[in-house]
Design a protein around this ligand. Structure first.
Ligand code: MSP
Length: 647
């Protein structure tokens, strides 16, 4: 039977502030999923979005839209980002999917019935950006220990999950099965920071948040967003639905790949929940490191505060292509650790590894076959001295790459492939085909050398398929192979003499780093300036007390005439309750004096009086202006007497 492989990324908050750091987890998972698919395994690769909770509720309210109106475009944006990066997920789950919500409700019902969820009162500190709860003792200088931002004290009736009961079983899980949580350092963090100090029961419902899954047994409570989110890993497989086939097939997950800041939720809360549900725990949780910028976790705000690095994934893919961005993420950051991100590092990787090493090998090999054999692959003749080393490097690479990928170590896997690429480039220098080409007696040897090179290129391209999803296929087709070629075609000697080898345009054109850095710097700066301008344009927020300072009243225009020597101004006499006022307004191009008489209007009545063209103005009539500059009087919708106040 086919081996199964179930791999997940975390589900993403639809913040819209996407940056290259966000792509890290998903690109790694994609390379792993593709690798396992190529091994012939039955792979299920899950990703998605985490859409409930206070953060989304607040952001939507701020914009005056519903949470879904706020989220939908962001989800579309995220999916587009995954499309650009060639992410081959098998399912994209949204926590607003109805089946997911039903599953969350069933999980709560089950745990409530078994007594693992009970009602009590919550009092503690809440960090909205992290959607996490803290006790006073856990705060650092009164702030969230994870992100350092402000927390708010909250007290409310809540349901709790008996997390404390599962602490001994979680410790035992780590002891019996050290592979469960990797890298090893994360186990120490969990044990020392959370398990040893003692676990409290976890508050798993909120009454103050409305944007969430309502608890089936108490509708005024919503599910805590992290329980809702973690459940995606099983709801996506149909757990507790009418069709549990996928769940039966794929659970328990082989790998939950997550960033290190969310290991706590995955390695403590999640296994405890699964234990309470009587389900097996995932085989492994891997807490990878972060992309840093100026020493801090890369984020949109850090980019603006620290440096002018280009971190927008759309822009990066547009400039350098998806393969280059994927390659950098998979190769540059030592796996499990943090790694500094700079544009210079990205560009150097592109130039040195992709353009120079790989690009040159491919183009020189194809060009020489073109030049010396009319683009037709010659026979592989008798092997000579240096050939053995190249052949064994190419043949041995798969075992090494597989070994690295079993440890989830994509940088090591890539470095093994690129060691073969380097060996092949050295082989070109050692064999000097251009010298062989000058001697008719060496024609067979020249053919052999070029055959060996073409075969090495083919093998490297197959091995690169999970990583460079575009270029690998293009290399294969130009070397007369199917882009679908798999790991069962890695034996040296697979290419048939007589195959047509086509020259292909440079797969990774060299970049002038100095020029590019200057351009990118300009681009980031101009985007920054644009943003600052837009911010400036936004009106300052005012309080309700500020607004109350403006007195607005309903008035009735009882007389109106043009102001002498002005084509813009009208002079209105306005009755406001008992009072009659003289008002000048710049609406002569939009209303005639005759039209104005009898109109009910809204007047600002506590403006300091001024004289306009010698006429006293004791107020201002409100108008709406459209984008073409047309004015329309703001009028009370229903007839009201003059003097009524407006609020
Ligand atoms: N919604 C939660 C996860 C719930 S899973 C049940 C969440 N979302 S997130 O959008 O904030 O992060 C998604 C992934 O992006 C996480 O794995 C996170 O670690 C990763 N990254 C975000 N910024 C990152 C870096 N600067 N570097 C590397 N990965 C980082 O957390």
């Amino acid at each position: 039977m086919k081996q199964k492989y179930y791999i997940t990324t975390p589900i993403y908050y639809p913040s819209g502030n996407w940056h290259i750091g966000h792509c890290y987890t998903t690109v790694i998972c994609d390379a792993l999923a593709r690798f396992h698919k190529m091994l012939g395994e039955d792979v299920f690769f899950l990703t998605g979005t985490d859409e409930h909770g206070q953060k989304v509720e607040k952001e939507a309210a701020k914009r005056g839209v519903t949470p879904l109106q706020f989220i939908d475009p962001l989800v579309a944006e995220l999916k587009d980002m995954w499309r650009l990066l060639d992410i081959s997920y098998d399912r994209f789950i949204r926590t607003t999917d109805k089946e997911h919500e039903k599953c969350v409700q069933k999980i709560y019902e089950k745990l409530f019935a078994s007594g693992d969820i009970y009602k009590s009162e919550y009092s503690g500190y809440y960090c909205t950006p992290c959607e996490s709860m803290w006790t006073e003792a856990q705060l650092v200088n009164g702030k969230c220990p994870d992100c350092g931002r402000d927390v708010t004290l909250q007290k409310e009736e809540s349901y709790f999950f008996r997390l404390s009961k599962y602490a001994p079983r979680i410790l035992k899980l780590y002891e019996d099965n050290p592979e469960f949580l990797q890298p090893k350092s994360r186990i120490n963090e969990m044990v020392n920071n959370f398990l040893k100090p003692g676990l409290n029961d976890l508050c798993v419902s909120r009454t103050t948040v409305k944007w969430g899954v309502p608890l089936p047994f108490d509708q005024k409570h919503c599910a805590y967003v992290w329980i809702d989110a973690l459940a995606n890993y099983i709801s996506a497989l149909g757990y507790l639905s009418e069709d549990e086939a996928l769940f039966k097939k794929f659970w328990a997950a082989d790998l939950h790949m997550v960033g290190k800041e969310i290991v706590r939720f995955h390695a403590i809360i999640w296994p405890a929940l699964l234990m309470a549900l009587g389900l097996p725990v995932p085989k492994q949780i891997y807490g990878h490191g972060w992309l840093l910028i100026g020493g801090d976790k890369l984020s949109k705000s850090k980019q603006e505060a620290v440096k002018c690095e280009l971190i927008d994934p759309y822009e990066l893919v547009k400039r350098y292509g998806s393969d280059a961005v994927r390659y950098f993420l998979l190769r540059e950051i030592p796996f499990g650790s943090d790694g500094e991100y700079t544009n210079e590092k990205l560009l150097s990787r592109i130039n040195s590894d992709l353009a120079n090493d790989l690009g040159n090998l491919v183009s020189r090999t194809a060009a020489m076959i073109g030049q010396y054999f009319g683009g037709v692959l010659p026979e592989r003749g008798k092997a000579e001295g240096v050939d053995g080393e190249l052949v064994s490097a190419a043949e041995g690479a798969f075992r090494k790459v597989k070994g690295a990928m079993e440890k989830l170590n994509a940088p090591e896997a890539l470095s093994e492939i690129f060691a073969v690429v380097s060996r092949a480039n050295k082989y070109i220098d050692e064999t000097a085909p251009w010298i062989l080409a000058k001697d008719e007696n060496k024609r067979e040897r020249l053919g052999s050398v070029l055959y060996n090179l073409a075969e090495t290129v083919r093998i490297c391209a197959i091995l690169l398929k999970p990583f460079l999803t575009g270029a690998a296929g293009r290399i294969l087709t130009s070397f007369g192979c199917s882009a679908e070629a798999g790991f069962d075609e890695l034996e040296f000697g697979g290419l048939k003499a007589g195959t047509k080898i086509e020259k292909l345009p440079p797969i990774f054109p060299r970049i002038d780093i100095k020029k590019e850095l200057a351009e990118v710097d300009g681009l980031v700066k101009s985007k920054k300036a644009e943003k600052a301008k837009a911010e400036e344009k936004k009106m300052e927020e005012i309080t309700i007390d500020d607004f109350a300072k403006v007195e607005l009243k309903v008035g009735e225009v009882i007389a109106c005439e043009r102001v002498e020597n002005s084509d813009k101004l009208l002079h209105e006499t306005v009755r406001i309750g008992e009072e009659v006022r003289s008002v000048v307004s710049g609406i002569a191009k939009h209303y005639s004096p005759e039209e104005m008489v009898g109109k009910k209007v809204i007047v600002v009545t506590n403006l300091k009086p001024v004289k306009l063209r010698g006429v006293l103005s004791e107020g201002m009539i409100l108008c709406a202006e459209d984008k073409n500059g047309s004015l329309s009087l703001v009028v009370p919708e229903k007839l009201t007497g003059s003097g009524g106040s407006v609020r």
